[in-house]
Design a protein around this ligand. Structure first.
Ligand SMILES: [Zn+2]
Length: 581
């Protein structure tokens, strides 16, 4: 990979200008601040640094450079972001970089060609007549919807293979990258046959893959009702959202995404005026999909069959969304089996089910109550085993309190006993790691203190770090390495400046360095704070040594013991000297 080209692009693109075209930023001290585009918030914790050319959110932890911003915000792959920014910066990519880009673009192009071909067969060719009748009569999909979503039909036989290889004279090796054909003993077969075809696009409308629903007359029960393109360089099922290229603006406008399972559910709703909708192709919302949705609005309404609630993977996706601050709700339309049926049966009823959607925890807890008899003692304990793990998943303590109250009322037990159950459950889950917790906590504390100290000196007087006593305080390898770099820099330059310093840092140090420099609290820190931090670090070391000595008292190894005592005495001396100074 041409690292220098990436560096060149990064130097030419100003991250503040780039991000400003998506997020409104204001200057705050050395950095720029704004409302985070990756989670929902009311006070800005999203910081962009012109010096370091990176962004970081202190609310949700998203961070990165110009490339990762586009990857995360626009859903671009790295090479797409590279191409996009190279054009913006006027950098001509070397052939190797361009080659990788075009590989993926070839897949998009061939998928698009196939989609258009399949749509032609559906709308204009006798071979698609039955499929068209199925879609328009049985599923009541109108022509506008069919065209907007570019629905098509794949006949049985080697129809697409012939078209792409013989008519379009495409390279077989390129077609293979799409997964549209399967190679067999006697040549290539079409992956999709006897199926209605739904092209799958990404946010920007690239044709990343295809999905096919079997036409009822070919359904012998032995093949999957739905099949998709296999995982390719362009298609990753877990992060794709069907329909999003068409519906994204309506989702952003409504700040709310309605999530359905299948393509036909989505089209049915869209056709009836509910246009802020995506389909996840199955009942398990993945963490990746959840994050994309969280970026587009602050509300997600699930319009799924209710079996997702028992699905562990789906619950992980739900949890991932709730942690981004997005409000996630569940629509219940129990009169009908799926959103398509509900929308066709009674659109007003379906719309009501959306406005009356339940909070996700209400729904999941309600479902547990509905499916369990809980009047008897054994019933209560059975229900508790179901509900306690759900309650412990709720990370917001205020929300958790609310549900604990509800559950205890319904069960006729005290809130305390429910809390106790949650605590026991969480304890049993963490019992193994608890032994190391205190040591781990001390380590974390030390890391935080060293980082703060390093940041204060870098921002105010980096030369001070290099003096003996101070330098010795740093024990974390990252910090020691950074100090080494500062020393090297100050040998060559009189004045310390963050921008040129950070540009010349080795990549593996840059991330650590920027994490130290970029904090929400840096504005308020001054050189005066360094003294109390130094004291805290020394105290931590003393505490560690004291523990060691009390352990050593049980052993007979005099040499180890005296060494520890000596170190203790030394530190105490240092500590009192610092305290007095
Ligand atoms: Zn954030």
């Amino acid at each position: 990979m041409a690292r220098d080209q990436i560096g060149e692009i990064k130097e030419k693109i100003d991250i503040v200008a780039l991000i400003s075209s998506y997020v409104s930023l204001t200057k705050a001290g050395r950095h720029y601040k704004g409302l985070c585009p990756f989670h929902s918030e009311k006070t800005p914790s999203f910081i962009v640094s012109a010096e370091l050319q990176i962004f970081k959110c202190f609310g949700c932890g998203e961070s990165g450079d110009v490339f990762s911003f586009l990857e995360k915000y626009e859903g671009m792959e790295f090479y797409e972001a590279l191409k996009f920014l190279a054009e913006k910066a006027g950098v001509k990519l070397e052939r190797r970089e361009a080659g990788i880009v075009s590989d993926k673009e070839k897949v998009y192009k061939i998928n698009e060609l196939a989609s258009k071909f399949y749509q032609f067969l559906l709308l204009n060719h006798p071979v698609g007549k039955k499929a068209l009748a199925y879609l328009t009569e049985k599923r009541e999909i109108n022509e506008k919807s069919l065209k907007t979503f570019m629905v098509g039909f794949a006949p049985q036989g080697r129809v697409l293979s012939e078209f792409l290889i013989k008519r379009k004279k495409l390279d077989v090796s390129d077609i293979e990258k799409t997964g549209l054909l399967i190679s067999g003993r006697s040549g290539f077969f079409d992956r999709f046959g006897g199926r209605v075809i739904f092209p799958i696009n990404d946010l920007r409308g690239n044709f990343i893959g295809l999905s096919g629903r079997i036409l009822p007359e070919y359904d012998n029960g032995r093949m999957g009702k739905y099949i998709n393109s296999p995982e390719t360089i362009a298609y990753h099922k877990s992060s794709s959202l069907y329909g999003v290229n068409i519906t994204k603006n309506d989702i952003r406008k409504a700040k709310c995404a309605i999530v359905t399972e299948g393509e036909l559910d989505l089209i049915s709703l869209w056709q009836r005026g509910i246009t802020n909708v995506v389909a996840i192709k199955g009942s398990a919302l993945t963490v990746e999909q959840g994050k994309i949705l969280a970026r587009m609005g602050n509300e997600v309404i699930l319009a799924l069959d209710s079996d997702w609630a028992g699905n562990e993977a789906a619950m992980r996706g739900i949890k991932a969304i709730t942690e981004t601050g997005v409000d996630i709700k569940v629509a219940r339309f129990s009169k009908y089996k799926d959103p398509d049926e509900a929308a066709r049966g009674d659109i007003a009823y379906f719309k009501r089910s959306l406005t009356k959607a339940y909070g996700v925890w209400d729904f999941v807890i309600g479902l547990a109550f509905e499916s369990t008899e809980f009047q008897s003692g054994s019933g209560k304990s059975k229900l508790s085993r179901k509900i306690v793990p759900i309650l412990s998943e709720i990370s917001d303590k205020i929300v958790q309190d609310h549900y604990v109250r509800k559950v205890s009322e319904k069960l006729g037990v005290s809130e305390e006993s429910v809390f106790e159950q949650i605590e026991n459950y969480e304890k049993s889950k963490t019992v193994k790691s608890i032994e190391n917790t205190t040591k781990k906590e001390v380590e974390e504390m030390r890391d935080i203190l060293e980082r703060r100290l390093l940041r204060i000196y870098i921002n105010h007087d980096p030369k001070l770090i290099l003096t003996g006593d101070i330098r010795e305080l740093f024990k974390k390898p990252l910090h020691i390495q950074i100090i080494g770099e500062i020393e090297g820099y100050l040998k060559k330059n009189k004045k310390f400046e963050i921008m040129p310093f950070s540009r010349n840092l080795p990549t593996e140090l840059f991330e650590g360095f920027s994490n130290i420099i970029l904090t929400a609290s840096a504005e308020k820190e001054s050189l005066k704070d360094s003294k109390s931090i130094v004291l805290e670090i020394v105290k931590l070391e003393l505490r560690d040594l004291q523990k060691l000595i009390s352990k050593l008292e049980k052993t007979d190894d005099e040499k180890v013991k005296s060494e520890a005592l000596e170190k203790y005495a030394l530190l105490t001396k240092k500590y009192s000297a610092l305290d007095l100074g």
